[in-house]
Design a protein. Structure first.
Lengths: 304, 379
């Protein structure tokens, strides 16, 4: 378990694991943790997730007391330190009690998370979706690009003609076109999808960029968007860009050419924070996932 | 059984924290004791099977088959087998397979483990290798906490109380006062067990079998006869991880191995005179007794409350003191259980069960992931 390749496999497996709530089937408090897991006792539970899969996982420290039959939701948290000093994150579950259930009521607004490529939008969106599993949903993105195995966003793939038709008919309320060497890719949101999520009493979350954000503002009104901009860590723009480049390379989803393209877009995106400051309610520096998610959660649950 | 396999006898070291002895010392001591007590000529042994789990991690020694072979003047062929805590039972099972297939006529079976040479952390992590490394370990579970998960579920489901659970370990400690080879020879009242430090809630220190060193050896033969033979030897498996199990309060491997063994021997349930049971944790005793049909689900604690499990009771369980009080040098346990059954059937046991003719040895690996059941009878 304490080797880099096994950690790599575990991390990869986690990335493709659906973050599902579940119920506790049994639990124990480990009073003598194994090496790397610290010296304080913690609770480990056998959890049956909504899809019927069973997992063994720790409960979060701040969690309410465990009980057989209690409902739990997952969070990505630091779980141990490897012998070489690396911190390891894994899923921990929180017992859902009436108190920890998010207190806000959804008042027809959209939570938008935007920022340059590689800043961690997707990761944060996933964390938010798990945090608000019962009250939030990600808005599907209509796109003309071809499906890729590595896609993690909820893309709906359509042809160029279909996309254009949906714009003309007004189905798509916000769209953007990104030229690339091979094709011009279009992305857009449908009003129907957002309204359907509202109708289900849930909060729509969009992971987006500045053009789409402008479209949404135009169609739904500025007050209907709770907009969070994500900045990469770094004191200057140059440092921010270099940290983005590093992240894009390590996540390994793109080729070097695509990365170059993304970096150009990222520069524009970074500038947008200043140029379109009115589009953002909050700017957050994503240097620590947990704090960033926590802040967004606080923002989202604040009475508006 | 395709051949009649006789148990010629055996020997063991005392179990415990044997700081003066190395892994090779305990193996040698047990082998010497087995050869001396049976009077078998070492050169008559034509194969050795040794059960051991963590020799590599805790004693820096793998390749134990050939090591044991070197103890005999003629270097017979030898092999090591491993099935976590059921390594000993698996060694006996493997020896029977060799004997039944006429690969060998007289086999020396050894079980050995040396745990106390290294720090607690290393033992903890080595013992965790008995569980699923990808499904169980990443959450920070230790081996006792896996059994604690079964205990929580069992206590919740059947309303078993803490004080009742303590009766199980108390019975083992009471029996071990009579066993000169036991690690703990002191009676411990149930009330103290309920108050011992928590290891993995709800399991406390005195619910858990200890970390021990020790070895046991047996000699089995199809050529030489004795008053005791093996009536059945069965091995069964169940999913390695609890997450793949249909139930947390039952071990499928115990059920399967027991049913197949009873069928193989042609015994009836009420013929069993005594049981050496794998009580690695108090909760395991209850679950195993139910899985083998000696009690209804959730009712095994009644056997302890009514003192049926005492050596003069209707169903003597662990008259030796079991893993809890004798100690649990992992690979040695399964071999030592057969030795204890042999002693019962030849009237040489501490806490001798009167007129014992049928004995059962039940050895578990992991959280009931592997099980061996051996049935022994007088000829």
């Amino acid at each position: 378990m304490d080797s880099i390749p096994s950690l790599h496999r575990r991390t990869k497996a986690l990335a493709s694991t659906a973050l599902e709530a579940g119920t506790i089937e049994s639990f124990t408090v480990v009073h003598h943790p194994p090496a790397g897991f610290g010296s304080e006792s913690y609770t480990v539970a056998l959890i049956k997730t909504q899809s019927g899969k069973k997992v063994l996982a720790q409960l979060t420290r701040e969690s309410a007391a465990a009980a057989i039959g209690a409902t739990v939701t997952p969070h990505l948290r630091r779980i141990r330190t490897m012998h070489n000093g690396l911190f390891v994150n894994d899923l921990k579950y929180e017992v859902v009690t009436k108190k920890t259930e998010p207190l806000f009521t959804v008042t027809s607004y959209v939570l938008a998370v935007s920022g340059p490529s590689g800043v961690g939008k997707t990761t944060i969106a996933r964390a938010l979706l798990s945090l608000f599993a019962s009250v939030a949903e990600q808005v599907p993105i209509y796109t003309t690009r071809h499906a890729k195995k590595t896609d993690v966003e909820p893309y709906v793939h359509v042809s160029k003609e279909q996309f254009d038709r949906m714009i003309t008919s007004g189905d798509i309320i916000a769209s953007t076109h990104m030229p690339s060497k091979t094709e011009t890719r279009s992305y857009g949101y449908r009003r129907k999808d957002i309204e359907a999520i509202w109708k289900r009493g849930k909060l729509p979350i969009v992971v987006t960029e500045v053009h789409l954000l402008q479209g949404l503002v135009k169609a739904l009104g500025r007050r209907a968007i709770l907009s969070c901009g994500l900045l990469p860590p770094g004191k200057s723009r140059r440092l921010m860009l270099s940290s983005l480049l590093h992240r894009l390379r390590t996540r390994g989803r793109d080729t070097e050419e695509q990365i170059e393209e993304r970096m150009k877009v990222a520069e524009v995106d970074l500038r947008a924070f200043a140029d379109h400051a009115h589009l953002f309610d909050h700017l957050l520096v994503n240097d620590q996932l947990e704090t960033c998610v926590e802040t967004i959660r606080e923002i989202a649950t604040m009475k508006r | 059984m395709r051949e009649t396999v006789y148990v010629l006898g055996g020997g063991q070291t005392r179990f415990g924290e044997l700081w003066e002895k190395s892994l090779s010392d305990v193996i040698q001591e047990a082998v010497d004791a087995a050869i001396t007590s049976t009077g078998v000529m070492p050169t008559d042994i034509d194969c050795i099977v040794i059960g051991n789990m963590v020799g590599g991690e805790t004693a820096g020694q793998a390749h134990l088959g050939t090591f044991a072979s070197g103890l005999l003047p003629h270097h017979p062929p030898a092999l090591r087998v491993e099935a976590a805590c059921a390594s000993g039972g698996l060694a006996v099972h493997t020896a029977c397979a060799l004997l039944e297939s006429n690969r060998a006529e007289t086999v020396l079976v050894v079980g050995a483990e040396k745990l106390t040479d290294v720090a607690g952390d290393i033992v903890t992590s080595a013992l965790m290798h008995a569980a699923d490394n990808e499904k169980d370990a990443p959450s920070g579970l230790t081996f006792p906490s896996i059994f604690a998960l079964t205990a929580t579920a069992y206590m919740h489901r059947y309303n078993l109380t803490r004080d009742d659970l303590s009766l199980v370990s108390a019975a083992s400690h009471r029996a071990a006062t009579q066993n000169p080879y036991a690690q703990f020879r002191k009676e411990i009242p149930a009330a103290s067990i309920s108050k011992s430090p928590l290891i993995a809630d709800p399991l406390r220190l005195l619910d858990c079998s200890p970390i021990s060193d020790g070895a046991a050896a047996l000699i089995l033969s199809t050529k030489k006869e004795s008053g005791v033979r093996i009536a059945a030897t069965q091995l069964a498996s169940e999913s390695l991880s609890l997450v793949d199990r249909p139930s947390l309060t039952s071990f499928g491997s115990t059920k399967t191995a027991f049913l197949k063994a009873m069928k193989e021997a042609g015994w009836k349930q009420n013929e069993i005179d005594c049981i050496e049971l794998h009580d690695c944790f108090s909760i395991a005793s209850l679950i195993n007794l139910e899985d083998m049909g000696f009690a209804e689900e959730g009712q095994a604690i009644r056997l302890f409350k009514d003192q049926d499990t005492e050596s003069q009771g209707s169903l003597p369980v662990n008259p030796s003191g079991g893993l809890k009080a004798c100690g649990h040098p992992i690979g040695a346990t399964g071999v030592k259980q057969i030795l204890d059954c042999y002693k019962q059937l030849t009237n040489q046991a501490p806490n001798q069960v009167k007129n014992a003719r049928h004995a059962l040895a039940h050895n578990l690996g992991g959280v009931g992931a592997t099980c061996t059941v051996h049935l022994l009878e007088t000829v």
